[in-house]
Ligand binder design. Structure first.
Ligand SMILES: [Zn+2]
Length: 627
């Protein structure tokens, strides 16, 4: 027993050793007990929370959005807060605001206009306005009476601003009367245990970092409109005409796609059960990181349901809302159902956490909790785009990732999680190949930046490599190296530990190390902390009688798999594959020997799905085949 205890102690010390660079502020969190070097949230972990009750109205084609918000903000931190930081995302469209790209002049406006801003019932909009400090999308409100730990403060805000019509960044107008509305309401920023208030402004490129909040939202629209939103519709029976209501109800349990609004119905126009020509759509969503909504008076609407949890048989409703002219969207509800089922049962193998998902036919591809704003594309493109955006349900939403600093902690997963799924359904779309190519282009240039450097310091192609291609390949190669089963269990454990929290990079690395009882620094360091590229080199291939000796050199620092294809003169082939774990001990080259039964014609190293900076040094021709 004693020996076992000593062994366990030694073991614990070994696995909890901080083998990776850990910033001082993260070490402080370990000391404060909010986080641990085992990758488990600390006993004193906390995060703040808000509850939003909002009423918003829009009367298309007029773009003016009118809103009223009641917010209660709970301070669960051990600190007394002297100020509350708000985000005014629409101020990215403010004249003169800092932006990552140019916007159409006609979409620019003077910023969010407040007609009332009350703190604890007291109006703040005085001439001096000394409690406000506005800088771009960041509004800091000084509290006259500070907010101690374990207490709350409430705000009542009335606001308005015009939605954009031309420059649609993640949201906007997609035809004269169809809008996707996101990044849209005065929102309280995150105050966390490591960095305090998040004051990184929204300038267009950097996306999410949100707390988990409760939303009750009323969307007031003309009765000729439909609304789709984050959360569950609370008043379908009051507002939907009987025929639509019947189909909407059946879709919740239907295994096949139901056309809730057909092409003919869309063209004819809708009529909801309104009062004085208006309809109020009520949605609620609890414990989610954001709320988005969309509307149209002529989009088609398909819906289907999918079992997301086989232990409880819980289902989710999957909607597609789209233009009749969009060729790919007729299959999007069905594609999304396949995608959600795969994520729930296979990889990551975590039940889709929400009751609904709506894929809206807007532009580009952008994720929101329970919603995607996706453009029209090809058939395979629609599948792969839905898979990417729906994958974001897990990262950053389920996991509360700070994407502004660590975009690779969510985009990388949205790249990697659908790789096998997309290939299975569309064999001509190999995301591994695409990402390996994309990564090779930037890897080894000055624009390739170590992943540990915060995303907000990067832009352009450097950002794409940093957020998408490099981490996407890293996760895929690591899964191969650790074994799918081990990797998937470690991933689910990390997700279980940090669900609904805010994991940092070290929490992710140490959670994997701790769960697998293995120090994976040999992979974490080169792929996540260092600069560098993938480059294997076929140094030599020599045949002596029946013995073939091949030497593969690791010239780049990134561990990647070794794939060899030996072709003999008689046309037969021998192949050899080893995962990136072959480089685990720091080897710089590896010798392979093969017994061959005839003359070897050539040796080829690598594969299109394995990143490799220089392809030209991967082939050796030993002899010419007699034809
Ligand atoms: Zn993404």
């Amino acid at each position: 027993m004693k020996n076992i205890a000593a062994f366990l102690l030694l073991f614990t010390l070994c696995t909890s050793a901080q083998t990776l660079y850990t910033p001082y502020d993260v070490q402080k969190a370990y000391k404060n007990g909010t986080r641990t070097s085992e990758g488990i949230p600390g006993s004193k972990y906390w995060q703040n929370h808000a509850s939003y009750t909002m009423y918003v109205s829009l009367t298309p084609p007029d773009a003016q959005l009118q809103g009223q918000s009641q917010i209660t903000y709970f301070n669960n931190s051990p600190d007394t807060l002297k100020e509350i930081v708000f985000r005014l995302y629409p101020n990215m469209y403010k004249l003169g605001a800092e932006r990552d790209f140019s916007l159409s002049a006609e979409d620019l406006h003077p910023g969010v206009d407040f007609s009332s801003f009350k703190v604890r019932g007291k109006e703040q909009l005085t001439d001096e306005n000394t409690s406000f400090r506005q800088s771009g999308t960041v509004l800091t409100v000084k509290l006259e009476e500070h907010l101690p730990p374990a207490s709350s403060v409430n705000f009542e805000i009335a606001w308005n601003y015009p939605l954009p019509s031309k420059s649609n960044v993640r949201m906007g107008r997609y035809d004269s009367t169809s809008w996707f509305v996101a990044y849209w309401y005065p929102q309280i920023a995150v105050y966390d245990d490591v960095s305090g208030w998040d004051k990184i402004p929204y300038t267009g490129q950097k996306e999410y970092y949100n707390d988990f909040n409760d939303y009750t939202v009323t969307i007031d629209l003309p009765e000729s409109f439909c609304a789709w939103a984050t959360g569950e519709l609370q008043n379908a029976t009051d507002i939907m005409p009987d025929a639509l209501l019947e189909k909407f109800t059946s879709a919740h349990t239907s295994e096949t796609v139901i056309n809730l609004i057909t092409k003919e119905e869309g063209e004819k126009g809708y009529k909801m059960k309104g009062r004085e020509g208006r309809v109020q759509w009520n949605f609620t969503a609890m414990n989610v990181p954001d709320f988005a909504f969309a509307l149209s008076d002529h989009y088609l609407w398909d819906a289907v349901s999918v079992v997301v949890d086989s232990s409880t048989m819980r289902r989710a409703l999957v909607n597609a809302a789209y233009k009749s002219t969009s060729k790919d969207y007729y299959e999007v509800a069905d594609f999304s159902r396949t995608v959600i089922s795969y994520f729930s049962h296979t990889l990551p193998g975590v039940p889709y956490p929400y009751p609904v998902m709506t894929v809206y036919n807007g532009q580009g591809g952008m994720e929101f909790p329970m919603m995607c704003n996706n453009g029209s594309t090809s058939r395979g493109g629609a599948f792969s785009l839905a898979a990417h955006e729906i994958a974001h349900t897990y990262f950053p939403f389920y996991m509360g990732i700070n994407e502004k600093r660590y975009a690779w902690m969510d985009e990388g997963w949205a790249v990697m999680l659908p790789m096998d799924l997309v290939l299975e359904h569309f064999p001509d779309i190999d995301l591994r190949n695409r990402n390996a190519k994309g990564f090779n282009t930037v890897a080894g240039t000055e624009f390739e930046i170590p992943l540990y450097i915060p995303s907000q310091q990067t832009s352009g192609s450097a950002y794409r490599t940093h957020a998408y291609t490099r981490p996407g390949m890293a996760y895929y190669i690591l899964r191969d190296a650790l074994g799918k089963d081990n990797f998937d269990k470690a991933l689910r454990e990390y997700m279980k530990r940090w669900r609904g929290k805010h994991p940092l990079p070290n929490d992710f690395f140490y959670s994997f190390n701790n769960y697998l009882k293995e120090d994976i620094s040999w992979f974490w360091n080169p792929w996540f902390f260092e600069s560098g590229y993938a480059e294997l080199f076929l140094k030599s291939a020599v045949q002596k009688k029946n013995d073939l000796t091949i030497i593969v050199e690791r010239e780049g620092n990134l561990p990647v798999p070794v794939k060899l294809l030996i072709t003999l003169e008689d046309g037969s082939t021998i192949s050899k594959y080893e995962t990136a774990a072959v480089w685990k001990t720091g080897l710089k080259e590896k010798k392979y020997t093969f017994k061959v039964s005839g003359k070897v014609e050539s040796v080829l190293l690598g594969d299109v799905i394995i990143p490799d900076k220089v392809a030209e040094n991967n082939f050796i021709k030993l002899s010419s085949a007699k034809k």
